[in-house]
Design a protein around this ligand. Structure first.
Ligand SMILES: Cc1ncc(COP(=O)(O)O)c(C=O)c1O
Length: 362
């Protein structure tokens, strides 16, 4: 077919397959969601929403609420139906994309969709930042572009400290790049770097309501940037693009941020428990995490994935990513869900040992 740009015809599907399971720990969602009393309030407010009317052009009212919540100038707030739509907008607008390897898959995916030149620099030992490689890439590029730094990092769960990130911010400013700190998981981390970005036109911060806020189904995310960057990002987002029920739900959540603090604290506690318990596993190695998930190295990711699924626990394979051979990623759920995961993981270890024993007797 000659209608479409040829690179789109060859593009594989987004790397996610829907699977059904009793315990869903595969998409880094919150196990909690809106507390019941807020859900009831949301339903009552939805009743009054005029669904025959278009929403605002760029969710201006919600952008104002976010500006208040974040202490950010209103003109620099961009709201989109999921932070991935804002990522796509920034990539569509930019000359090139710089990324880490591994990284959140959507940066590469969006670059491929738009035919935007893309370069990824591998993480160093212990998933640390390849500062020299990144600075070199920014300084030697033919034209500047956008550099995405997920911090805390997905899919490793690593957290990059301010001093290291600062070097990259300075390089971005020096070489006229736009650096986006993607803080999708900041509520689970020891710190966030939003203050670094305030007043700096070469730095933006991306956040989402899909993780700690427990609103993944609502689809909303936002960018905090300079007025100039925000204006361009808005141009690339469809007008009237944020559904009014979404804006309503997020506005309600922003009135009650206490529930998020509580949910994030529970997840952090559970993450440490699961990490410590998993360290006793004979063949699986969990990596320390500052997010709501754990990356776990196993001897065989396909066997781990299927074995867990057979026991009702759905996780995400990561072993297709160079450098993450054998890895799976498990979202931190409720204590009961985490117990089910741990029990399944240790049952698999036992099964593995029995199989080995049987094989050596043959
Ligand atoms: C690092 C990172 N950024 C952005 C997103 C996208 O979030 P949203 O649901 O707001 O599109 C994710 C989702 O998993 C993520 O891991």
């Amino acid at each position: 077919m000659k209608v479409f740009k040829p690179h789109l015809l060859a593009l594989p599907d987004y790397p996610y397959t829907t699977r059904q399971a009793l315990i869903k720990l595969d998409q880094n969602e919150s196990p909690y969601g809106l507390p019941p009393e807020l859900k009831a309030e949301l339903m009552a407010r939805l009743e009054t929403l005029p669904l025959n009317r278009y929403p605002e052009m760029h969710a201006e009212h919600l952008a104002e609420r976010i500006a208040d919540f974040e202490g950010w100038p209103e003109g620099g707030v961009v709201v989109g139906p999921g932070s991935n739509t804002i990522i796509t907008a920034l990539i569509a607008a930019s000359h090139r994309v710089l990324d880490l390897q591994p990284s959140f898959v959507h940066y590469k995916r969006a670059a491929e969709l738009h035919g935007t030149p893309y370069q990824a620099i591998p993480l160093e030992e212990s998933f640390s930042l390849p500062i020299d490689g990144l600075v070199e890439a920014m300084s030697s590029a033919e034209s500047p572009g956008v550099f995405f730094l997920p911090n805390p990092h997905a899919p490793t769960g690593n957290f990059f400290v301010q001093e290291r990130v600062q070097v990259l911010c300075e390089a971005a400013a020096q070489h006229d790049w736009l650096m986006i700190l993607d803080e999708a998981y900041y509520q689970f981390a020891p710190a966030d770097l939003k203050r670094q970005a305030l007043g700096r036109s070469h730095l933006g911060v991306l956040r989402t309501f899909s993780k700690a806020w427990g609103l993944a189904g609502v689809r909303a995310g936002y960018l905090l940037a300079s007025d100039e960057v925000a204006r361009v990002a808005r141009h690339l987002l469809p007008p009237f693009g944020l559904p009014s029920p979404t804006a309503l739900a997020v506005e309600l959540a922003l009135e009650h941020p206490g529930y998020v603090t509580e949910a994030a604290e529970k997840v952090r506690r559970e993450r440490e428990r699961v990490y410590l318990e998993l360290k006793a596993h004979p063949t699986w190695i969990p990596y320390p995490s500052h997010t709501n998930f754990l990356l776990v190295r196993t001897p065989d990711a396909a066997a781990a994935f299927e074995g867990l699924l057979k026991r009702g626990v759905l996780v995400r394979r990561q072993d297709h990513i160079p450098g993450l051979e054998g890895a799976i990623r498990v979202t931190i759920g409720t204590p009961v869900e985490n117990d089910a995961f741990l029990q399944a993981a240790f049952e698999l270890a036992k099964e593995e040992k029995e199989n080995e024993g049987a094989a050596s007797e043959d």
